[in-house]
Design a protein around this ligand. Structure first.
Ligand SMILES: *[C@@H]1O[C@H](CO)[C@@H](O)[C@H](O)[C@H]1NC(C)=O
Ligand SMILES: *[C@@H]1O[C@H](CO)[C@@H](O)[C@H](O)[C@H]1NC(C)=O
Length: 345
């Protein structure tokens, strides 16, 4: 049997680790403050993209690659008049999380003001997913707690009859998990459980630049004989600009996409090095800044049945435009064959 000398194997290993990270894929409407995307394909093949700005703007495309188009203003909004939740005159709608179940789309969204725990998670439903077709059901009724902020909802369940989980949380003590009622419109009453935290970040408000937030759960029934639950999240400073008071974050402290993995939906979750993601500040990098791509985050995953591949979609800033405040949308394909998600194209 021919064997390559160890030195050559070593060089080959070095070679693969320096392969350039691919650029974000997107065509059509990909710029113009597109934050916290949620993307999925409707049964008829149309892709839908929901984002924070414009009372949860909805764009559509024939493929996840685009070209994305949307109406502006009220004609493009999920909730043109805002939410029926009434918290604060300055409240905003944030971070849509959308899935299809029992013949309709559900969107769990957040209502909040920057840096406050005066927040709520609400839910709206629609048969078509199009603007103008949504019914707002208001707050799910999750109670307040000093440890968490009720934003960045992420619905997850393994099957249509399985327990409906809701992951959520941001600043303060980061990520929590609870369950919903079977109609998916209300909190079940089960006390939220802490699932991930980075104690290197002080337990302070959203205004602290570096936080762990934006949970997104994905599962695979069989990766090399294991069933895995992947807890993706964003870590770092999402939104500093050179013009902001603090200026840009120190390189490496800006937003990035990380992942932890567990063999149960409720955890425990650990990273590639085996560090616990609740008690040992665990988390493995999936996608960070590279080239002109700065601070990717606000991510989610979608299976594309045409390509039979899983996409990691996210928002990011293009360094080249200099302002650092035009959030763009893009995605890359993931490969899970090693047991951990790798951005491959
Ligand atoms: C949404 O569209 C469906 C199908 O056209 C219709 O039956 C339903 O009444 C619409 N709902 C709203 C809230 O507009
Ligand atoms: C935890 O915080 C430290 C310090 O800011 C940071 O370097 C690290 O990447 C963070 N890890 C996670 C998993 O968020």
């Amino acid at each position: 049997m021919n064997r390559l000398p160890t030195t050559i194997l070593f060089l080959l290993a070095l070679g693969t680790s320096t392969v350039a990270v691919p650029d974000p894929i997107c065509s059509g409407l990909c710029t113009g403050t597109i934050r916290d995307p949620a993307v999925l394909r409707r049964d008829d093949g149309t892709w839908l993209r929901f984002t924070t700005e414009g009372n949860l703007r909805i764009a559509t495309a024939p493929s996840i690659s685009g070209p994305w188009t949307s109406n502006t203003g009220e004609a493009g909004a999920m909730l043109p008049g805002g939410s029926i939740i009434d918290l604060d005159p300055d409240q905003r709608l944030w971070a849509p999380n959308v899935f299809f179940s029992n013949g309709q789309f559900y969107c769990h969204y957040s209502v909040s003001t920057i840096g406050s725990q005066n927040s709520a998670i609400g839910v709206a439903t629609s048969v078509t997913g199009e603007p103008g077709n949504w019914t707002d059901h208001g707050s799910i009724g999750l109670p307040a707690d000093t440890r968490y902020n009720r934003i960045d909802a992420n619905f997850f369940r393994e099957c249509d009859t399985c327990t409906p989980y809701l992951n959520f949380g941001s600043a303060w003590e980061h990520l929590f998990q609870t369950t919903l009622t079977s109609d998916l419109l209300k909190w079940s009453g089960e006390a939220p459980v802490h699932i991930a935290r980075n104690t290197s970040f002080p337990s302070v408000p959203q205004t602290y630049p570096s936080i762990m937030e934006g949970a997104f759960m994905w599962w695979l029934p069989n990766v090399n004989g294991h069933k895995y639950f992947y807890l993706f999240f964003s870590s770092g400073a999402c939104c500093n600009t050179p013009q902001s008071e603090e200026g840009l974050e120190a390189p490496g402290d800006e937003y990035k996409i990380m992942v932890c993995r567990g063999e149960s939906v409720t955890g425990p979750f650990t990273d590639k090095d085996g560090r616990n993601c609740l008690t040992e500040n665990g988390g493995s990098l999936v996608l960070g800044s590279h080239g002109d791509v700065y601070a990717p985050g606000g991510q989610g995953l979608a299976h594309d049945p045409d390509a039979d591949r899983v996409a990691l979609y996210y928002m990011y800033v293009n360094k080249a435009d200099g302002t650092y405040n035009d959030f763009r949308f893009g995605f890359n394909w993931l490969d899970f064959s090693s047991g951990w998600p790798e951005v491959v194209e």
